[in-house]
Design a protein. Structure first.
Length: 623
C-alpha cells in the first residue's frame, strides 16, 4: 500500500498555498491536513476555482435585472428570461493553459466543459461561439526586420520564423479541436472572433461560449439537498488525465510547462452526447434533487460545492467510483479532471429511475454516497476516511485578496497630441491602395473562411445568420424565438487603456447585436490577464473590470457570470489584457434580422467613426 508523503512547508508551497493560507486550513480543520486534504484545498483555493485575486473586482459588475432568473455566481451558468415561459442559459469559459500545451485536446475539452455547464442547468445546448487569440502567423521578411529593428540578424529572423511555426501549430490545433468536439456532439459553432498579435506568443487565449434553451420549470440546481438522498456518479470512468488541472491553470506558463501535459484533459464528444441526452431525460422526471458537472477540480469541486449550496454535508466512497486505471490513490481520484462526468443527487426511493435511464443510454452510473446533515465533505476509500473537511469553508471561504496596483507604463496619455502621434504612422503608407492591401493582408482582418468551413455551423438547422457577420443569429424552434449572440474584445485598445478598452468591448458587442436586429439582454464575460501579483497586471484587471461594469450599466445588460483566467504569461511576457464580452440579444421580429454584407448595386455606403485598431497596431509597431 502506497504511503502518503508527509505534509511539509515545501510540499505546501509546491501546491500553490502560502504559509498564511496553510495556517487558515489548520484552523478550519482544527488539525494538520493529510496529503489528500492538502491537494483538495490547493485546487479549491486556486485562482481557477476560488477567484481569490479577482473576486473583489467581480463584485463591481451589475448582476440584477428584470429578466434575470439565475444571477452570476449562483449556479453553473446564468439564466435569462426570453418570454412566454422560455429562458436561455449561457456562459463563456477559457481553456487557455491546456490549449498552450496540447492545442487539440485543450480546445476540444474546453468545448465539452462549457456544454456540460449548460445542460447541467436543465437547458438543451443550442449553439457555441468562441473568441481566440494567437501569436503572429504572418511571415516577416529580412527587409522588414531591417526596417523595424536596427539590430536584427539572421538568428533573430530564425527565432521569429520558429515562433510563427509554433503559432500556426497552436492555431490549427485549437481550431481542429473545437471543430472535432462541436461537430461530433452535434452542437453548432456559429460565430466568434480571431485575433493575432505577438503578445499572445506561446500563450493563446481560447474562450468558448455556449447557449441553451429551457422552460422556466425545467431549471435545475446544483445543490445537495435532502438528508439521506443518494449521490450518483454518472459518465466516463475516472483516469489520471487532467490531474490537478485547476492548479495548473493558476500559474504562469514557462519553458517547463510541457511537462504539465498530464494536466490536460482528454475528451470524448460521443460519450458526452450520450451523457447529455441521459441527463436531460432524467431531468424530465421527478427523480433529481440536484445535479452538478465535474469540471475544474473534478469530483472534489462537485461534491463540496453541492453540499455548500445545499447547506448540508456529503459522504462518498471512492471505492465505488468507476475508474479506468488501476491503483489510483484518493488524491488522484479526487483531483482528476477526466471529462464527461456528472454528479447527481437523486431523491431517495427514485434510484431505479436513475439507473434505468443511464443504462438505456449506455452511460456508466454508480451510487457512491449520500447527503448528510453535518456540513462535512467526508471521503472514504474502502471504508477508511481519506478526507474530512467542512464543505462551506472549502467551497466558499477561500481567502480574498486586493493586490497592489500600478498603472502600466505603456498606457498613453489621452490628449490630442498623443492621438496625432499615433495617427502619424499612417504617413508611411505610399497610397490608399497600399494601405488597403496592408490591412487586408493582416490575418486578424483577412477572411476566416478556412476556420468556419471546419465547423458544422448548420447542424440542428437553426442557424439563420452564419459565421462572418456582425453577430450570429439562431432560431430556436421549440420556443419560436430568434436569439443573437456575439463575442467581442479589442485587446490592443485594452493594452492602451484597459478601462476604455473594457467599455469599448461592451459597446462593440451591443452594436453587433443591434446591427443584426437584436435587442441586447445580458452579458457573460471572460477576463484574460497576466499574473495578478505583478502590480501592472492587477491594475489592468481592475481598470478593465471598471470599464466593463460601467458600460454594462449604461446599456442595461447585467453580467450573468463568466470566467477569470489569470497567469496568462509566457517567457515572452504577459498577454495584452483581454476582457472578452459575450452578449446575448433577442430579435423581436424576424424582419429585423440584418447582415453586414452589401446587398444591391447603387446602395449608399456610409462610414461612421474613425480608423480602427489594426492601423493603430501598425502605428504602435512603427513608433
Amino acid at each position: 500500500m502506497m504511503t502518503d508523503p508527509q505534509v511539509t512547508p515545501e510540499l505546501v508551497a509546491k501546491h500553490g498555498l502560502t504559509a498564511e493560507e496553510f495556517e487558515r486550513i489548520r484552523r478550519i480543520l482544527g488539525r494538520e491536513p493529510n496529503f489528500t486534504e492538502l491537494g483538495i484545498f490547493s485546487v479549491m483555493w486556486s485562482e481557477h476555482c476560488s477567484y481569490k485575486n479577482s473576486r473583489k473586482q467581480l463584485r463591481k459588475f451589475p448582476t440584477a435585472g428584470p429578466n434575470i432568473l439565475v444571477k452570476a455566481g449562483e449556479e453553473n451558468a446564468g439564466v435569462v428570461d426570453i418570454g412566454d415561459g422560455w429562458a436561455v442559459a449561457f456562459k463563456i469559459e477559457s481553456h487557455n493553459h491546456p490549449s498552450a500545451i496540447e492545442p487539440f485536446q485543450g480546445a476540444a475539452t474546453g468545448v465539452g466543459g462549457i456544454i456540460r455547464d449548460i445542460f447541467t442547468m436543465g437547458a438543451r445546448p443550442e449553439f457555441c461561439l468562441n473568441s481566440l487569440r494567437f501569436g503572429s502567423i504572418k511571415e516577416v521578411t529580412s527587409d522588414e526586420w531591417r526596417v523595424t529593428r536596427e539590430t536584427a540578424d539572421q538568428k533573430q529572423i530564425g527565432n521569429q520564423e520558429s515562433e510563427i511555426r509554433n503559432n500556426i501549430r497552436l492555431f490549427t490545433g485549437v481550431v481542429s479541436g473545437i471543430a472535432h468536439y462541436g461537430n461530433c456532439i452535434g452542437v453548432p459553432t456559429i460565430g466568434g472572433e480571431i485575433y493575432f498579435d505577438e503578445s499572445f506568443e506561446g500563450n493563446p487565449l481560447v474562450n468558448v461560449f455556449c447557449l441553451g434553451v429551457l422552460r422556466h420549470e425545467q431549471l435545475a440546481r446544483g445543490a445537495a439537498r435532502g438528508v439521506g438522498n443518494p449521490v450518483f456518479y454518472v459518465g466516463a470512468e475516472t483516469g489520471r488525465d487532467g490531474l490537478a488541472g485547476a492548479a495548473f491553470a493558476s500559474r504562469e506558463l514557462t519553458e517547463e510547462s510541457r511537462e504539465d501535459r498530464p494536466a490536460v484533459q482528454v475528451g470524448d464528444p460521443f460519450k458526452e452526447k450520450l451523457l447529455l441526452e441521459a441527463c436531460l431525460e432524467l431531468l424530465t422526471t421527478d427523480a433529481v434533487a440536484g445535479i452538478q458537472d465535474m469540471g475544474a477540480a473534478g469530483l472534489t469541486c462537485s461534491t463540496c460545492e453541492t453540499a455548500s449550496r445545499g447547506g448540508t454535508g456529503i459522504e462518498i466512497d471512492l471505492a465505488k467510483v468507476p475508474k479506468r486505471e488501476p491503483g489510483m490513490t484518493p488524491y488522484e481520484i479526487l483531483l482528476s479532471e477526466s471529462q464527461e462526468r456528472m454528479l447527481i443527487i437523486a431523491k431517495r426511493g427514485r434510484e431505479d429511475v436513475v439507473r434505468e435511464i443511464f443504462a438505456k443510454w449506455d452511460v456508466p452510473c454508480a451510487e457512491i454516497g449520500r447527503v448528510t446533515p453535518d456540513g462535512i465533505m467526508r471521503v472514504r476509500n474502502n471504508g477508511r476516511v481519506a478526507a474530512e473537511i467542512p464543505a462551506k469553508p472549502l467551497a466558499e471561504e477561500a481567502p480574498v485578496y486586493e493586490r497592489e496596483a500600478k498603472q502600466h507604463h505603456t498606457t498613453p496619455i489621452k490628449d490630442t497630441k498623443e492621438i496625432e502621434r499615433l495617427l502619424s504612422g499612417f504617413s508611411s503608407f505610399e497610397s490608399v491602395r497600399r494601405a488597403l492591401k496592408s490591412l487586408l493582408a493582416d490575418p486578424t482582418i483577412a477572411s476566416k473562411n478556412w476556420v468556419y468551413r471546419q465547423y458544422d455551423h448548420t447542424v440542428r438547422t437553426g442557424t439563420v445568420v452564419k459565421p462572418g457577420s456582425d453577430a450570429a443569429v439562431f432560431y430556436i424552434r421549440e420556443a419560436n424565438k430568434f436569439i443573437a449572440a456575439t463575442t467581442d474584445c479589442n485587446s490592443l485598445y485594452c493594452a492602451l487603456d484597459p478601462r476604455e478598452g473594457g467599455r469599448i468591448a461592451v459597446a462593440e458587442a451591443a452594436r453587433n447585436l443591434t446591427c443584426s436586429g437584436a435587442r441586447p439582454l445580458a452579458v457573460t464575460d471572460n477576463l484574460n490577464f497576466g499574473n495578478p501579483y505583478k502590480p501592472e497586471n492587477f491594475w489592468q484587471l481592475r481598470e478593465a473590470v471598471e470599464g466593463v461594469a460601467e458600460a454594462c450599466r449604461a446599456f442595461g445588460t447585467p453580467v450573468t457570470g463568466g470566467n477569470v483566467s489569470l497567469y496568462n504569461e509566457s517567457p515572452a511576457g504577459a498577454v495584452d489584457p483581454t476582457p472578452t464580452v459575450a452578449m446575448v440579444g433577442l430579435v423581436d421580429e424576424e424582419r429585423h434580422i440584418t447582415t453586414q454584407w452589401f446587398k444591391d448595386a447603387g446602395d449608399v455606403i456610409i462610414l461612421i467613426g474613425a480608423t480602427g485598431a489594426v492601423p493603430s497596431q501598425i502605428s504602435r509597431n512603427d513608433t
